[in-house]
Unconditional design. Sequence first.
Length: 98
Amino acid sequence: MDESWIILNSEEDVISQQFNSENQIEDWPLNFTGIQILDHLREHLSEDEQAFIDGFECKVLQPGKKGQTGKIRINVQFCPDNLKEPDSPLDDIRKMER
């Protein structure tokens, strides 16, 4: 997975559509959560396709590791436009020293 993508908390993180976006989702509220996206997909996908959201049992094989059984499912991810380091509480002090 690309390191710039962040897995969102589907229940708590709020997604807000941008007014100036060319690919705004019509008939959707301006603000929604990842859970609402997943619920919408559950309503519109066949039972087999829903397994990707709810999770299905599988075995994963990774190079250099033993195969491991478990479940796989889809999650909601976010990629920030501007990747910058988090603000440090020391930033204000550093600015004062200049």
